[in-house]
Every structure is written in structure tokens, then in C-alpha cells.
Design a protein around this ligand. Structure first.
Ligand code: SF4
Length: 957
């Protein structure tokens, strides 16, 4: 089948040919079936390629565009140039206004992936038509079908599942790879409407910063990138910004020009090292020991900000030495609340209740000492401020000399790093990326990092803090179908506890919705009860030795105690039947997908549907494929983040190729068809296991029939009316400017925005947490309403993790000498660009592993060799790139091999990628609950299968 259109400048320049085969289905990837191929041929009427070159700087249209992908922070504004229905090129728009005249400006923003998107959108693996599998699943044979037929198959696949096992047996897995904002909401609305089990995205990609969350009661607080310029000491720690923060990296180097010192702390001489003042090679996953030791030096040498520590943290709170639990109101007075904590006033020699409604201190509390208090039952117990206990712990276990033996950093270096932090006057910034959350003891690493910024008062100031990730911005209210229900809930919560802050109330609403079975769930229960992950998680030897009981017992306890009420979906005896994934590539991303998922869970699904731009490995293993419109083929905005505090528009520059469709329209079509088919079956009303009743005819989910432009206008208008965006903001205006800066953070309306706890000033960077650290003194949303460094949950006490400590990473995969580590690669965002021919030409164009020559030589491995990497879990093959950057094992021990991720499994032999050797463990403590903020809601407190470091051996293949 041929479609006539035009062609692109790059193709002409290279080949001078007169036609361009734009895309072939079933070809260009393994298992392709030539007979099922569908061609789109673009040609033109210019007469010759020379003539077209003469016209190559003329366009039919110039529009704004961005890339609707989680290339955090992303949202770069581009100009998109189109001619004859094809996007020819894009360039950075460079139209960002000056915000802070004392700091460098933002222009231009972009990276090489963004600049290559117009090439990628015409890549041969682009999906163009709805297709259904013919023959065996994974056999590579496809048949093009109409959207009508596809909608029927989709509706029947889901309705069959509902009939057989209930709506929770439909698993919906969204991803960070596409969709934008509005379109994502469209598909979410559809899945909510039918009662599917919506998998928490953050739990599948491993970007939940659990240590930050444990400490601050949240992790979505983030400055704008221009704030980095004001830092005095920057520790790049678990981040590789030269690869992963390309559009914003300049703020780091400009900070250095302005006098900041930049220290890279990493096991390898990473690509970011060359731009730093100092490189500190730390042994993999021992960062907590290093940070704790720096904390020990800060305290010992009186380099800490004592008033900040007393006011903002729980360090002055009294802890009973007999039970290791906080002294509580219920201990001291019958009927007093369990979550009332105490300070000791040394001036008067008595206990003082820690205020719950403010951080403002009533007295100057003790950080030291041991005191005796009388309990309401007449007994006397000994109590100490948490700080005193912690200092003893640091002095005992984490002096620089002792920590050095763990983290392999010289004691003098540890002291020097600590003194740098102590002399930065509260402007210490830890630039951390998404590496911490992917470690088994990532929470301990992050809690120890948090210590450094809290002890030095480096929070709430320009150029300070420890970052996570944030999608804060828009008020979602305009799109919430049950706004009235939320308001009712809010009133109830405020009546129950008037001391709750707005932030706590908004989060409590999320908790209660979760307990009712609403909202996404972490996939932990799906994986444990229905997939092969159970076998890995039940292997005691791959867990921390402090896990005293079998993993399954902790899981049972967590469920029985109701800590996950409403989130155990599907139920253990409810077989998953249908699987829909969107903008994600689970066969690449799920840890150990072949063993953990394909052999078990994948076989249980009777219907698997992928919604994607391109033929990924997961698509190749599916039953039905729905082609989505690309980033320049639909109207939307990139999900906003405070890192880049503009709403950035992307426009429909051209029609999607073939019959690809924008997801909003797709959601409307599929919703209508589901309702129609359900009526035919008499299945419009049904009840979920949770007791939730669904009525497909009653509507809900998403506003239907409005179209994406009207919806976007409504969303922008609602935010403009609320003062979140400038007055009068609408789609038409955005079409002229491409972006618009936020004017207010809707902390009252949106939990993500509330987590920022700050206000926007017109000519200042965004600095989070100022509502806590500034004059307002609003409490943190932790269990004890302070920055919480002591967690007296029984599981944490049992594990010896009530205070932050270091623990060696368990040998996940077995007893092997090398540690396999990962990071985001430079040439693709996830796997979206990983097959782009231009980008593949910039490196080896095939998967490769970095290995130190010192480790390669004794194994007889040379540069370019194919090697087998294996452990007790599984193996895979990959080519070697020798480089001195990875930490060598032979000389130092705890050496690494490094694979930057994103490769398609089909680029490996037998489609077995590096993920094959990752068992995907989760830490048992991540299942804890019944303790204030340790409860799940979207993106938060979601345990995640970890992927580093993994114990492996390497041999020549
Ligand atoms: Fe910016 Fe992301 Fe696009 Fe790169 S891919 S230019 S970081 S929006």
C-alpha cells in the first residue's frame, strides 16, 4: 500500500534518490514478516533533488514543539519546520525570558535527542497502523487491521477479562515514554472508568526516592535549575548530568565559574568527572558510610547549624532507651495521642510537648543528655534526645577511619569533604539523580545524604538541598471527575484533626482514596502472587542478613495488618487476564523480564495490547498494537516540573503517518466501543472484588466528546483563573509564545504542588521547602512532623535502621566478584531513540559494556570482544568496551562493569538483554506501613524492584 506525500532534506542529501520508503511493518526488527509489510512511500514533485535543495529553507509552517517524554527535566521549547506534510527539521526556540538577572539565562534548551526527533519520527520501526498478531505470540507475524476492528478486539479483550476474573484482572501499565499530559490523562480516564488495576508508574521505573520520602514525608520538592548557580559546594552524587541533564547542565558549570566547588562522588570516573574540581571514587553502594562519616566530622568539629537542626529536625525528640521508641503522649498521660512527641527543656529541667501545628519551638531544647521521666503508669524510664543517640552511633561506627574501610575513601578526603560542606554557609547542594532509588539500600543512602543538608542548614535557600523529582504544577482540578467527593473528604479530615496542614490534608485524601481501591497500585502484589518475581524475592541469601524472617512472612504481615488496604490488586487468587501498556517497554525495563515475567505472568494474559509509537521488543511479544501519534503530531503540553517552570506547548505540525492516532481520540474511541460491546453482552454493570461498583453507561473517567484542544483550553483557563498561569492564558496564546511561566504554585489544590512548599517570585529561581524553613514554620508531612531522622517503626528497629546507617548491598545474583551497574545513556531517552540511525552512528551502534582493562586482562578479554555476563539468576551476551573509567576489581575490590541502559532486548543475542541477569529484588522494609507517612499513594511509598549493583562474572563468549 502506498501513500503519497513529500520527503525530507536529510534523505535527499545522503542519497539523492527520488523516493523514500518511510516505514515497513514487520521488517527492520527481528522476527519481521516481509509479507505483512506495509509501505509508505513519500515522493515529491520538485523534479530533481537539486531543485529541492534550492528550496530547503522554505516551509509551509513553523510551529512550536517539545518532546513528550520523561527526559527529566525536559520540556525544551523547539521550533518545528514542516513542508508538504513532513517535518524537515527542528531547532531550539531560545525564547526563554530572563527570570533572575543575577543568574545566567535559560537559553537555549535542548539535547541531541530532541534535535533528532524529526529523524526518529520517520524511523523504520514506527508503528503506522493498528495490527493484530497472527500465529504464535512473539512469532513476528502481523496483520494490518482497521481502527474499527482494533477497537472491537480491545473492547472484547477487556470485557472477557472482566467477565472471567473481574476488572482488577486487567492490568494497565503506563510509562514515561510518550503521551504528554492531556493524552495521558485520556487513557488513565478510560482505565479508571472500567476499574482496571493501574500500575504505579514510579514503582516500575524505580524513580521513587524512598530515603527522601522517609525523611521529609515527600520527595517531590525540587528547585528550578537556575537556582544551582547560587550553590557554594555541589556534590554530584548518584547523577551523571553530562549525560542526563544536558539542557540544564550549563547552570552547574556557570556555578563553578562563579566560585562554587564541584565534587563528583561516584565509583567510576564518569563522563561528568572531567568538569568537576574533585573526583571521589567511592566503592559502589557504600555512599551511606561516606555521608555518615562526613556527618560525624561536621558534628565533632561543631560545623553544624544548631538552631536549624533543633527547629527543623526531630533530633531533639526524646527516645526511650528501653524500647528504642520515641517517648509518646500515650506513655506520659493516659489518653494523650500516640503521635505527641517530647522535647527536654534544660533551662527548666522538664519535658515539653513538641508542637504539632508549627515548627516554632516553645523552648531551646536539649540535643544532649540522659533524663529520667515518669510514665503515667508510675514507672520511670530513661530518655535521650535522638541526636545524642545518633552522635554516639556515629562516633562508634563512622569515624573517617572506620568509614574509610567501608567506602574506600581516604579519611583525610572525608574530613576535607565535610569541612567544605560545613563552610558553605547553608549553600550545600547535592545534585542527585535517579541512581539512589535503584539500590537495595537506596533509602539508607538517601537518608544519609539528607543528613548533610540538614546538619548544614542547606535547605530552603537558593543553591542548596537534595533533590528528587517533581511533576508539580498544574492544578488537576479541572480534570478530576470526583471533585465534590474530594471536597467532602477534605472537610471530614480537617474536622478529625484541625492541626493537619494543607499538605497533610491533600495527602490524606490520597491515602483514603487508595484504601477505597482508587488510584494506582505498586505492582508488588501482582508480581509476588502471579509472577516469577516470587522465586527471587523468596531467596533469603539475596536479601540483607537483617531480614530475620522469610520475605513472605513480612508480606503476609503487611497485608494482614491492613497497611496496604485497597492496594492488593489483583487479589492473590484473582488471575490476571488482560494487559494494556502505554508508552513503556516492559520487556526492556522490567528487571529480569524473561524469567520473572515472560515465563509466568505473560502466559496468563489472554490479551496483551500495546499503545506505542514504535515497534519495541514488548510490542513484538504482544497481541494487538495501537499506533500513537508522535510528539509533533498532536496538541499537548509536556508535564510541568518546577525544574523548568514553564508550561511548554507542542503542536500538531503534521498529520500522524499512516493511521497513527493521538491518544485522547484513541481513548474516546475505545471508551465508546467498550460501552457499546458491554451493552451487547449485558455487562455494563459489575462489581469489583473491592466492592466498588462500576456502571459503564453512567460515564465518568474522562469528559467525552470535547476534543483535545477544548480540553487543553479548559485546563489552561482553570489554571489562569486560579492565578497559577498568567491571566488569559489559552491555547491561542501558547501557539504564539510556545510556553508560559508559572505565576503561582497551587499548593492548596494539588499534592504534588503542595510538596514543593514554596511560593513563586517573579524574578527569583524556585526554592522549595521555604514554607517550612521560612517565617511560616509549617510542619513537614512526616509521622512526627519534622525532618525525620529517627523512624521507630518496629521493622526499622528490628533491622537496625531506626537511624540512618550503612549496610552492604546484598549479593543479588549470587557470590560473584564484579558489580554490574547502570545509568541512563547519552544517546536515547529510555529506548525511544535507541534505534535512530543518526544517533547509533555516534557510538558503537550496538549494546556494549564498559569494563576496566585491569579486570579484562586476566580473563583474556580484549576491546570489542563478545562476552557472556552471568550469575545464578541468568546470563546474556554483550560486546566489551575497555575503558579505565569503571572501578577495577583486581586492584581495589568491589569493581564494576557498567552498561548504560535503554537498549532493546532484540539488539542482543536471543533477545536477552542485561536485564536478564537482574533478579529485581525489593527490600522487605519497603512494605512497612501503619506509620504516618509510610503509606502508598501515586508515585509515593511504592516499593520498586532494584537493579544495581548486581553480582556478576564475565567470561569471553
Ligand atoms: Fe529537551 Fe527532552 Fe527534548 Fe532533549 S528530548 S530536547 S531534554 S525535551
Amino acid at each position: 500500500m502506498e501513500h503519497r506525500g513529500s520527503t525530507r532534506r536529510e534523505f535527499l542529501a545522503i542519497t539523492g534518490a527520488s523516493t523514500l520508503v518511510l516505514s515497513l511493518h514487520g521488517l527492520g526488527f527481528p522476527g519481521g514478516d516481509a509479507e505483512a509489510a506495509e509501505k509508505i512511500v513519500y515522493d515529491w514533485d520538485y523534479g530533481s533533488w537539486e531543485e529541492l535543495h534550492r528550496e530547503e529553507w522554505t516551509w509551509d509552517s513553523v510551529t512550536y514543539g517539545t518532546h513528550l517524554v520523561d527526559c527529566y527535566p525536559g520540556g525544551c521549547s523547539f521550533r518545528v519546520y514542516s513542508k508538504d506534510g513532513v517535518v524537515w527539521r527542528e531547532e531550539q526556540a531560545a525564547g526563554y525570558e530572563v527570570v533572575d538577572p543575577s543568574a545566567p539565562d535559560w537559553n537555549p534548551r535542548g539535547c541531541q535527542k530532541g534535535c533528532a526527533y524529526s529523524h526518529m519520527m520517520y524511523n523504520p520501526d514506527r508503528l503506522l497502523y493498528p495490527m493484530k498478531r497472527i500465529g504464535e505470540r512473539g512469532g513476528g507475524k502481523w496483520k494490518r487491521i482497521s481502527w474499527d476492528e482494533a477497537a472491537d478486539l480491545f473492547a472484547d479483550g477487556l470485557l472477557d477479562a472482566i467477565e472471567k476474573e473481574g476488572p482488577e484482572s486487567i492490568i494497565f501499565e503506563p510509562g514515561p515514554g510518550n503521551g504528554g499530559y492531556l493524552h495521558l490523562v485520556g487513557l488513565f480516564g478510560l482505565m479508571d472508568r472500567i476499574g482496571a488495576t493501574n500500575i504505579d508508574l514510579n514503582a516500575t521505573i524505580g524513580d521513587f526516592f524512598k530515603g527522601l520520602y522517609e525523611t521529609f514525608g515527600k520527595f517531590k520538592f525540587m528547585d528550578s535549575c537556575d537556582a544551582w548557580y547560587h550553590a557554594k559546594v555541589i556534590y554530584i552524587w548518584h547523577q551523571n548530568p553530562v549525560y542526563t541533564r544536558i539542557p540544564a547542565y550549563h547552570f552547574l558549570s556557570e556555578a563553578r565559574y562563579a566560585g562554587a566547588e564541584i565534587v563528583l562522588i561516584a565509583p567510576d570516573y564518569s563522563p561528568s568527572a572531567i568538569h568537576c574540581d574533585e573526583f571521589v571514587p567511592v566503592a559502589p553502594a557504600t555512599d551511606a558510610a561516606l555521608a555518615l562519616s562526613m556527618a560525624q566530622v561536621l558534628i565533632e568539629e561543631n560545623l553544624i547549624d544548631v538552631p536549624f537542626v533543633k527547629e527543623q529536625t526531630d533530633f531533639p525528640f526524646l527516645v526511650r532507651t528501653d524500647t528504642e521508641r520515641f517517648l509518646r503522649g500515650s506513655d506520659v498521660e493516659d489518653g494523650s495521642p500516640e503521635d505527641q512527641f517530647f522535647l527536654f527543656d534544660p533551662a527548666r529541667g522538664n519535658l515539653v510537648e513538641a508542637p504539632r501545628e508549627t515548627l516554632k519551638l516553645p523552648v531551646d531544647p536539649a540535643l544532649d543528655g540522659t533524663y529520667t521521666v515518669q510514665l503515667h503508669d508510675g514507672t520511670a524510664v530513661e530518655v535521650r534526645p535522638s541526636f545524642a543517640i545518633f552522635r554516639d552511633l556515629l562516633d562508634r561506627d563512622y569515624t573517617p577511619e572506620k568509614a574509610s574501610a567501608i567506602c574506600d575513601v581516604h579519611p583525610d578526603t572525608i574530613r576535607r569533604l565535610a569541612r567544605k560542606a560545613g563552610s558553605a554557609n547553608g549553600h550545600v547542594m547535592i545534585a542527585n539523580g535517579m541512581n539512589g532509588p535503584k539500590n537495595y539500600h537506596g533509602d539508607l543512602i538517601e537518608r544519609a545524604q539528607c543528613l548533610l543538608v540538614a546538619l548544614t542548614g542547606s535547605l530552603g535557600k537558593k543553591g542548596s538541598g537534595v533533590g528528587g523529582w517533581s511533576s508539580a504544577g498544574f492544578s488537576l482540578e479541572a480534570l478530576l471527575p470526583d471533585l465534590a467527593g474530594r471536597k467532602r473528604m477534605e472537610e471530614e479530615i480537617r474536622a478529625e484533626d484541625p492541626t493537619m496542614t494543607d499538605e497533610m490534608v491533600l495527602r490524606e485524601i490520597e491515602y483514603r482514596r487508595g484504601r477505597m481501591g482508587l488510584g494506582p497500585v505498586p505492582p508488588m502484589f501482582l508480581y509476588y502472587f502471579h509472577s516469577g518475581y516470587k522465586d527471587a524475592w523468596d531467596r533469603q541469601a539475596w536479601h540483607d542478613p537483617a531480614m530475620k524472617r522469610p520475605f513472605g512472612e513480612y508480606m503476609r504481615e503487611a497485608i494482614d495488618k491492613g497497611w496496604w488496604q485497597g492496594r492488593v490488586r489483583p487479589a492473590p487468587d484473582q488471575e490476571p487476564k488482560a494487559y494494556v501498556y502505554f508508552a513503556t517497554n516492559p520487556a526492556r525495563k522490567n528487571r529480569g523480564w524473561w524469567k520473572n515475567v515472560h515465563e509466568s505472568l505473560w502466559q496468563k494474559y489472554e490479551f496483551i495490547c500495546g499503545i506505542d509509537l514504535r515497534m519495541s521488543t514488548t510490542c513484538l511479544m504482544s497481541d494487538l498494537l495501537l499506533p500513537a501519534a508522535g510528539f509533533y503530531e498532536k496538541l499537548d503540553v509536556r508535564f510541568p516540573t518546577p525544574h523548568v517552570p514553564w508550561v511548554t506547548l507542542t503542536e500538531k505540525a503534521v498529520q500522524p503517518p499512516g493511521e497513527a492516532m493521538a491518544e485522547w481520540g484513541m481513548a474516546e474511541l475505545l471508551t465508546a466501543r467498550i460501552v457499546e460491546r458491554a451493552k451487547e453482552r449485558g455487562l455494563t454493570k459489575y462489581t469489583a472484588r473491592s466492592g466498588m461498583e462500576y456502571d459503564l453507561e453512567a460515564g465518568g473517567g474522562l469528559p467525552a466528546g470535547l476534543g483535545e484542544e477544548t480540553m487543553l483550553d479548559l485546563l489552561l483557563g482553570a489554571n489562569a483563573a486560579a492565578g497559577v498561569l498568567p491571566e488569559g492564558t489559552n491555547v491561542e496564546q501558547l501557539r504564539k509564545a510556545g510556553k508560559v511561566r508559572f505565576t503561582r504554585i497551587p499548593t492548596e489544590a494539588n499534592i504534588d504542588a503542595a510538596n514543593l512548599a514554596t511560593e513563586i517570585r517573579p524574578d527569583e529561581p524556585i526554592v522549595p521547602l521555604t514554607l517550612h524553613t521560612g517565617d511560616k514554620k509549617i510542619p513537614y508531612p512526616t509521622y512526627n512532623r519534622r525532618i525525620q531522622f529517627y523512624i521507630d517503626h518496629p521493622w526499622f528497629i528490628e533491622a537496625g535502621e531506626a537511624h540512618p546507617v550503612h549496610k552492604d548491598s546484598p549479593k543479588m545474583g549470587g557470590d560473584y566478584p564484579l558489580q554490574m551497574c547502570h545509568g541512563h545513556q547519552r544517546w536515547s531517552i529510555h529506548s525511544i531513540w535507541v534505534t535512530d540511525t543518526n544517533l547509533l552512528r555516534t557510538h558503537q551502534g550496538r549494546p556494549f559494556v564498559f569494563m576496566n582493562p585491569e579486570d579484562a586482562a586476566p580473563r583474556g578479554i580484549e576491546d570489542g570482544d563478545l562476552v557472556r555476563i552471568f550469575n545464578d539468576f541468568d546470563d546474556f551476551k554483550i560486546h566489551v568496551k575497555l575503558a579505565p573509567g569503571p572501578r577495577p576489581n583486581g586492584r581495589l575490590g568491589r569493581g564494576q562493569v557498567i552498561i548504560y541502559h535503554g537498549w532493546e532486548p532484540y539488539q542482543f543475542e536471543n533477545w536477552k538483554s542485561y536485564d536478564s541477569a537482574i533478579p529485581g529484588m525489593i527490600k522487605w522494609n519497603d512494605m512497612a506501613g501503619g506509620y504516618g507517612h509510610l503509606e502508598h499513594y501515586t508515585d509515593n511509598w511504592c516499593n520498586e524492584p532494584v537493579d544495581r549493583p548486581i553480582a556478576v562474572e564475565v567470561e569471553k563468549a
